[in-house]
Write a protein that binds this ligand. Structure first.
Ligand code: DQA
Length: 134
């Protein structure tokens, strides 16, 4: 089973960006320690909306874990891509976006994802993979 983790804008700065909100570890370092039996995991990060859409449209992937970052709150294009493919997509946010500024309370993608995990830190990615594997 092939699972793709997609991180959107500014998530390349994890470990440096607002550590009080997003923690001290880079995603690359976390990803290196991730291992799930029976799952081929890959990771893609982009600050560019169209590249994230292209990744969602890949046909060689069985499940996607998506943290669309700020595009969560703005992107109809990413929402349409999720809706257009058969690949199940789990939405993940490191922080609890519902406890933060009101502009983060709206997600354009929640209605088209199979489920969402908020506020559980990087552990949320593991939980999403566990679900997709089941
Ligand atoms: C985030 C929450 C978003 O509101 C923010 O723009 C991010 C990160 C999270 O993982 O908590 O870039 O998706």
């Amino acid at each position: 089973m092939n699972i793709l983790i997609i991180n959107g804008p500014n998530l390349n700065l994890l470990g440096k960006r607002k550590p009080e909100v997003y923690g001290n570890e880079s995603f690359e370092s976390y990803f290196d320690r991730m291992k799930v039996d029976g799952v081929a995991l890959s990771y893609f990060q982009s600050n560019i909306e169209g590249e994230i859409i292209d990744a969602i449209q890949r046909e060689d992937i069985d499940g996607i874990v998506l943290n669309a970052g700020a595009y969560t709150h703005t992107s109809i294009g990413i929402r349409d891509a999720i809706e257009a493919v058969d690949t199940p997509v789990v939405e993940v946010h490191i922080s609890n976006v519902c406890n933060r500024e009101s502009f983060r309370h709206t997600s354009y993608i929640t209605p088209v994802c199979v489920g969402s995990i908020l506020g559980l830190g990087l552990k949320g990615y593991d939980l999403a993979i566990e679900y997709l594997k089941s």
